[in-house]
Design a protein around this ligand. Sequence first.
Ligand SMILES: Cc1cc2nc3c(=O)[nH]c(=O)nc-3n(C[C@H](O)[C@H](O)[C@H](O)COP(=O)(O)OP(=O)(O)OC[C@H]3O[C@@H](n4cnc5c(N)ncnc54)[C@H](O)[C@@H]3O)c2cc1C
Length: 151
Amino acid sequence: MNKETYDVVIVGAGIVGAACADTFAERGLRVAVVDRDVVGSGATAAGMGHIVVMDDSDAQFELTNYSQRLWQQLRPELPDDVEYEQAGTIWVAADEEEMMEVLRKREYYQKRGVAVAVMDARQLKEAEPNLRERTTTRGQAQAGRFGGANI
Ligand SMILES: Cc1cc2nc3c(=O)[nH]c(=O)nc-3n(C[C@H](O)[C@H](O)[C@H](O)COP(=O)(O)OP(=O)(O)OC[C@H]3O[C@@H](n4cnc5c(N)ncnc54)[C@H](O)[C@@H]3O)c2cc1C
């Protein structure tokens, strides 16, 4: 029988359990992580890896902006095979009403120190050539690019 003892046992080896384990271990605690399945097989396996600053509410903005700053601090410590790209988030406006929303977002993000660029259809096509043709060739297609990263 295994007689190992631990200071902390974490149930769930997704990104949250792993982050908790990392923090505890950094502080010198003996940590065990257990999972009923394969490590990282839950919602973490489905994640698109998009670290996006969101603005559905002020609280959400503060939390997601803070989270992105933490990822940027962590980045130099990540192994080389972790792909991390500071690419920004493209929010496509397909009509005038959606463009008004891009402009509102621009003001909101700019006021809070998050880099923003508004792009025209040509710049959008250059930035994201995989967008379907109809989206980027429509005269009114424009977009905003907001702080964000992919991992
Ligand atoms: C399609 C999709 C795309 C997403 N894209 C993004 C994205 O781009 N950016 C982003 O930030 N977030 C994204 N998310 C959300 C993100 O993936 C989750 O918020 C995050 O992975 C949750 O991590 P977690 O560790 O809490 O949960 P999980 O990864 O689900 O980990 C929980 C672990 O607990 C284990 N477990 C559960 N019950 C028990 C038990 N009784 N005993 C033992 N083990 C147990 C499970 O097996 C699992 O491994 C996305 C989610 C989905 C579904």
